[in-house]
Design a protein around this ligand. Structure first.
Ligand code: FAD
Length: 491
């Protein structure tokens, strides 16, 4: 980056990732950098990506977003977790909630007490001890500044990008409409010098952020960075997406319904529902998948089904030369746990922290790439867990998944839980102990033993502890309003 002039960051692409980057960079750095975003109205955005995880709220705080305004502007609803239907076996479901389940001791997490209780015939569902799960089950939700509830949102992706654009332009980010037709590279350094648009305009910059989606125009087309393919672990490679009218109920959670060659999502917004069918073309053809989606949605179709193709994996280096890939251009893990928007956000925060001053330092770039790779690999393992540990024997898809070799890192986590009910948390883990326990149990990994310390509690004492916790959860849920009523009042 040149030393003397005001520096310029050029963002290529105006989908969710591009406008998130523009909003954050313009908010934090507009006194030092010019922030320019190029997007093409003709190409448009992918238009999916409507479920989030709780970290989105932290990022919104960084942007100074008012939650009520955001809920109004994006037709958002609240999300307390995901209901996984037909995953372990057909006809059964389990819930991955964002809340804390039960109470831990210093030595042992709550799962150890629950397993002890289970052995004594004292417990039923693991989620009985989680406020967020019980709220979700009863379609209840409320929040306030001081509320102790962990949640995320469902949002309209198109409206979200427009909302972020407004915030960015308020902070002087400049938008240029046009199609990028060439990425110009300095032959000596290999750095990108400018982007040429169809109109002939040349947009120069110091740092370029590739938010061009799956096209990856800068990081791949121009810089030939490379991509690590994970489709042998996550074979789904297509989704049909369609919008429908809303059913009567407004559940504060996403539904993820497994089928014989993938799964389906149902995302309720204030005014409509988002639906999609994710599948693997190795096991189901496109037209069967489309019919399956149309036949199974609730409500009337309000849009034409759209086919989206993808390849699960990660860009070998998300920061290469003076280009940082954010969004789908940086890699993609299918949307089962709604992690993409989260990854865009952590990518932006990491960039803000490791931003170069006068020159791009190789050590900075290496650190950025290392942290990003670790984070996405941990998420990959968590997603693979949902598929690999299953007892479905009704299709080649599920048989392939349960028999495949899995990453060593995941194998270790499963064995640890199976043998001792232990789960650990490492740096850059997005999903914490509570999440792993719920999914491990939900997919059918039942630990052979639990921590010895919990036996210090006599059975009557354990019964009292479990019951009083469960009752306190139920009493708190009773006081909550319906999700639908809360939204009408809140917006
Ligand atoms: C099936 C599916 C479901 C998903 N569900 C979720 C979910 O529930 N939760 C979640 O967090 N994420 C989800 N995602 C990820 C989701 O796509 C992203 O969240 C996001 O909405 C899109 O990311 P993007 O901004 O990187 O790309 P895009 O939306 O594709 O934006 C690309 C931008 O680049 C521009 N562009 C491209 N080429 C050019 C050019 N030549 N010149 C100028 N501009 C150009 C386009 O016009 C556009 O503005 C899902 C993804 C898929 C595929």
């Amino acid at each position: 980056m040149s030393k003397l002039e005001r520096k310029k960051i050029v963002i290529a692409g105006g989908g969710t990732s591009g406008w998130l980057a523009a909003a954050a960079l313009s908010k934090q750095l507009s006194s030092i950098f010019d922030v320019v975003l190029i997007e093409s109205d003709d190409i448009g955005t992918i238009g999916v990506g409507e479920a989030t995880i709780p970290t989105v709220r932290v990022f919104h705080k960084l942007l100074g977003i008012s939650e009520q305004e955001f809920v109004r502007e994006t037709n958002a609803t609240f999300k307390l977790g995901i209901n996984f239907e037909n995953w372990r076996v057909k006809g059964e479901s389990y819930f991955h909630s964002f809340g804390k389940t039960g109470k831990d001791s210093y030595l042992a997490g709550f799962q150890h007490f629950w397993l002890y209780g289970r052995e004594q015939g004292l417990v039923d569902t693991y989620g009985d001890y989680c406020f967020e799960f019980k709220c979700a089950l009863n379609d209840k939700f409320a929040t306030s500044e001081k509320a102790n509830i962990n949640y995320a949102y469902h949002l309209d992706a198109g409206k979200y990008a427009q909302y972020l654009r407004k915030l960015s332009e308020k902070n002087n980010a400049q938008r240029i409409e046009g199609k990028i037709s060439a990425v110009n590279i300095d032959p000596e350094s290999g750095n990108i010098t400018s982007l040429t648009l169809d109109s002939g305009q040349n947009v120069e910059g110091d740092l370029f952020i590739d938010c061009t989606g799956f096209k990856a125009l800068l990081i791949e087309d121009a810089l030939k960075t490379g991509y690590e393919d994970w489709s042998h672990w996550l074979p789904c490679d297509r989704a049909w997406a369609v919008q429908t009218t809303l059913a009567d109920k407004l559940p504060p959670y996403t539904r993820a319904i497994a089928h014989e060659s993938g799964w389906q999502w149902r995302i309720p917004l204030q005014n409509r529902a988002g639906n999609g069918l994710v599948f693997s073309t190795k096991f189901m053809d496109e037209s069967t998948a489309k019919d399956k989606l149309i036949q199974s949605v609730d409500g009337e179709l309000t849009s034409e089904p759209r086919l989206i193709k993808f390849l699960t994996g990660r860009r070998s280096k998300v920061w290469n030369k003076n280009c940082v890939a954010l969004g789908l251009s940086s890699g993609f893990i299918e949307p089962l746990e709604s992690t993409s928007i989260h990854l865009f956000m952590t990518g932006i925060i990491r960039l803000l922290r490791l931003l170069p001053n006068s020159n791009i330092s190789e050590a900075n770039v290496e650190e950025y790439n290392k942290q990003t790779a670790t984070e996405i690999e941990r998420i990959r393992d968590f997603i693979v867990l949902h598929y690999h540990v299953n007892e479905r024997d009704d299709s080649d898809f599920w048989r392939y998944l349960s028999n495949m070799e899995i990453p060593e890192s995941l194998k270790h986590r499963i064995e640890l839980f199976e043998q001792s009910a232990n789960v650990f948390e490492s740096e850059f883990d997005v999903f914490q102990i509570d999440s792993w326990v719920q999914v491990l149990l939900g997919q059918g990994v039942l630990p052979k033993q639990y921590h010895p310390s919990v036996k210090a509690m006599q059975v009557p004492e354990l019964d009292k502890f479990l019951n009083s916790y469960k009752q306190s959860v139920e009493a708190a849920v009773q006081k909550m309003p319906k999700h639908k009523d809360f939204i009408s009042h809140y917006r």
